[in-house]
Design a protein around this ligand. Structure first.
Ligand SMILES: Nc1ncnc2c1ncn2[C@@H]1O[C@H](COP(=O)(O)OP(=O)(O)OP(=O)(O)O)[C@@H](O)[C@H]1O
Length: 571
């Protein structure tokens, strides 16, 4: 939890304590001799203290200036005013937003100035009363209009009314323990009546939304991992996911499979990222829910990573993965090609397992020369039966050798997933919009819907819930949207390297179409003097970037060396 949240939570808890104390006192006062009218008026002044704060400030300034005018000399007044100015200005640092800090400091400066003038000349001395009224009104407008303040006040009142309202939602006896307000809504920890289970409260989220008078589907209730009689209630007042999350690009980060892949933005504004190294992923959602968009977000991060080779199966005839073709190690667009690709993946897996055994190692650690392999399968349901057995064995054995499956499908039923253990091997689950409640359980696992993992209410494409070892609470998020131009630009920039020629191959083919072979031949022909990159560009017919990429691959494999900008093949 951020420092801002902690501070906000402390402030809310403090206000709630004060409110309870005040209510107890006022109850006691009412039951004793105190006149009812005064108690009621005090209650109103307390309830609307936030809205009336500018008025209270003006009254306190006038009163304290009048007392100081009678009791203190000019020197003491100026010292006190300066002291308040400096102290208040330091205290204003606690506001995390620049405009809030600025507002607090301007108001403080004006208030201290007015107070010092009022204390020296007397607060009733013209034109001080007029200045106070006009200045107070101007300073009050931003205060009254401030969205975060209004939202905090609304939450406080909701919390105060909770014990009464909760009865209508079938949660009688529950109370709010703490609440945190953020830019999009608030999160409250609610203690349930003894004997009531978290599951009962989770099932009442629609009733709570009705009780609070908020939008449908804007209340999410989840279990508190520490206590069965507590739940976390999240109320989203403005939907942060309504805006399309544009893909932010790679920034300064060098993509690698060893780091989590950013998928999109969560409702609290944080980036949602998922680790795909040694983990298989299942993405599910109805037609148009944004499965392919999510696959694009994954590809945009994996394709530029030097330590991973990405293969794709797109049984929509290449409609979705076609634009990535150049950047993919292999792409299958028909059921027959898919079976061949999966068979190659299984051979690769077996070869890696043998290599690990020969080295006496248990885990494949991806590098530029020993890459991880990620196989993306869009429209998994279209795979032919013979492919399912191979998928099953890759799902079971792929982790240790860094061969990962990312599967996208509409409904991952047992029939679609085959009779093997493929679904149970999926460590990362991403649920997009589903039509029926039971489909959430199909994607995320049995019991997910009853535990608050609900995506049947999602209406926007790309909205998802992520369940993996690092994400165990249902936080609605929206996938990054990647434009076709961005896909084309990434795929064009990070062309998949052509497999290296075997180590023994030193023959210069007479007429080679293969640029990798032409590169190797040019390096071998150059002998010990080596060859410059422009000559290699001519020999291969490829770009300078491609030549450098291929040369660095060969260098990593110990097959070439460079001196003074000239490259030569090792004997
Ligand atoms: N993250 C997103 N943000 C905004 N719009 C999106 C997002 N993802 C997808 N969309 C939009 O939703 C539409 C459908 O998306 P997409 O093709 O990814 O869905 P799908 O689940 O793969 O559908 P199908 O099952 O037909 O393949 C697209 O036109 C796209 O513009």
């Amino acid at each position: 939890m951020s420092r801002v949240h902690i501070r906000e939570q402390r402030r809310m808890s403090r206000d709630m304590r004060k409110m309870r104390r005040y209510m107890r006192k006022s109850m006691r006062r009412r039951t004793r001799e105190g006149p009812r009218g005064i108690g009621a008026a005090a209650g109103i002044f307390w309830t609307y203290r936030s809205e009336l704060a500018p008025v209270y400030t003006m009254i306190s300034l006038t009163f304290s200036a009048s007392v100081a005018h009678r009791m203190w000399g000019t020197g003491a007044i100026i010292v006190v005013a300066l002291f308040c100015l400096v102290g208040g200005s330091v205290a204003a640092r606690r506001y995390d937003r620049r405009n809030e800090r600025g507002y607090a400091r301007v108001v403080l400066f004006l208030a201290c100035g007015w107070w010092a003038a009022g204390a020296i000349t007397g607060p009733g001395h013209p034109p001080l009363p007029t200045i106070l009224m006009l200045g107070g009104a101007c300073a009050a407008i931003p205060w009254w209009a401030h969205r975060r303040r209004r939202s905090r006040v609304r939450v406080e009142r909701t919390i105060r009314a909770w014990p009464v309202l909760a009865e209508d939602a079938g949660l009688a006896g529950s109370r709010v323990m703490s609440a945190v307000v953020d830019a999009f809504g608030y999160t409250a920890r609610v203690a349930l009546r003894r004997g009531m289970s978290a599951r009962t409260a989770i099932g009442r989220s629609d009733e709570i939304a009705s009780m609070l008078g908020v939008r449908p589907n804007s209340v999410r209730v989840t279990a508190d991992p520490d206590r069965e009689d507590h739940v976390i209630v999240r109320v989203t007042e403005t939907d942060p996911l309504a805006r399309v999350a544009q893909w932010p690009g790679h920034g300064d980060i060098t993509p690698t499979i060893t780091e989590p892949v950013p998928l999109g933005v969560a409702e609290d504004g944080t980036v949602v990222a998922v680790s795909l190294l040694r983990r298989h992923a299942l993405i599910g959602g109805v037609v148009g829910s944004g499965k392919s968009g999510l696959v694009n977000a994954i590809l945009a991060s994996l394709v530029p990573a030097a330590d991973v080779d990405v293969w794709g199966i797109d049984l929509k005839g290449g409609m979705e993965l076609g634009p990535w073709k150049k950047a993919l190690g292999k792409l299958a667009t028909t059921p027959e090609e898919a079976v061949l690709l999966l068979a190659d993946a299984r051979d690769e897996l077996t070869a890696r397992a043998r290599e690990l055994a020969a080295r006496g190692e248990r885990t494949w650690h991806p590098t530029r020369t020993r890459q991880a392999l990620v196989i993306l399968i869009d429209e998994f349901a279209e795979l032919p039966g013979e492919a399912l057995d191979i998928v099953d064995s890759i799902a079971r054995l792929g982790r240790a050798v860094a061969v990962t499956l990312v599967i996208a499908t509409q409904r991952p039923t047992q029939e679609v997933m085959g009779n093997g253990a493929t679904r149970s091997q999926m460590d990362v689950r991403v649920a997009l919009r589903v039509r029926e409640r039971a489909d959430t359980d199909l994607i995320l696992g049995a019991g997910a819907y009853r535990s608050g993992w609900r995506t049947d209410g999602f209406s926007l494409p790309g909205a998802f819930l992520l369940l993996d070892p690092e994400h165990n609470t249902p936080i609605p998020s929206r996938a990054y949207l990647i434009s076709d131009e961005t896909v084309a630009s990434i795929a064009g920039k990070f062309v998949a390297p052509i497999p290296l020629p075997p180590a023994s191959d030193k023959q210069h083919p007479e007429q080679s179409e293969d640029p990798q072979e032409a590169l190797w031949a040019a390096l071998v022909d150059a002998g010990p003097d080596g060859v410059a990159v422009p000559d290699l560009v001519t020999a291969t017919g490829r770009s300078r970037r491609w030549v450098y990429y291929a040369l660095h691959q060969l260098q990593d494999a110990g097959r070439v060396a460079t001196t003074d900008g000239r490259w030569r093949a090792h004997e």
